[in-house]
Design a protein around this ligand. Structure first.
Ligand SMILES: [Zn+2]
Length: 161
């Protein structure tokens, strides 16, 4: 059987978008990978993330890293997550109709942000407030400190975080 290529190059591709007509490229496709190494991200999600990063940088006066902790999820991954963290209709934190599902086209991301120099976390609520400028829906009360953001206005039908 052939040996698979080393995974370090997998999805190691810079994503480019434009802010005020200027090219920006601070994210890589691999940051949006599922556990199987498939990657999906909507253009509006990437644009929102770049705007959040820009605003955080202005706020902090120095470089800030936006660290993606979860992006598109397959139905199987959502099942595993729901089993681990609990479903929102049973008091847990995982929605059965999550916008993270691949069928929604990569409109949802979970992330944290840190000051690059010190690795100090940007407070969850501060990050959430900035996200509300650039995403349709933001949830910033998770116990582990991450923020969920999605571009749900792009959808034709309702769903959950
Ligand atoms: Zn989320």
């Amino acid at each position: 059987m052939p040996t698979p290529p080393h995974p370090s190059g997998r999805n190691d591709i810079r994503l480019l978008t434009y802010l005020d007509s200027q090219p920006v490229s601070n994210f890589r496709l691999k940051e949006f990978e599922t556990s199987d190494g498939l990657a999906m991200v909507h253009a509006a999600t990437l644009l929102g993330l770049e705007k959040v990063r820009r605003d955080l940088r202005l706020l902090a006066g120095e470089d800030v890293w936006v660290i993606i902790t979860d992006a598109a999820r397959t139905p199987e991954e959502l099942e595993r997550l729901g089993a681990r963290l609990g479903w929102s209709d049973q008091g847990g934190s995982v929605s059965r109709d999550s916008r993270h599902l691949t069928r929604y086209g990569g409109i949802a991301v979970d992330f944290v942000a840190v000051i690059a120099r010190t690795r100090r976390r940007i407070p969850q609520r501060t990050l959430g407030d900035i996200c509300r400028r650039h995403f349709d829906f933001v949830k910033d009360d998770y116990a582990d400190g991450h923020v969920h953001a999605d571009q749900r206005s792009l959808l034709q039908a309702p769903g959950g975080p």
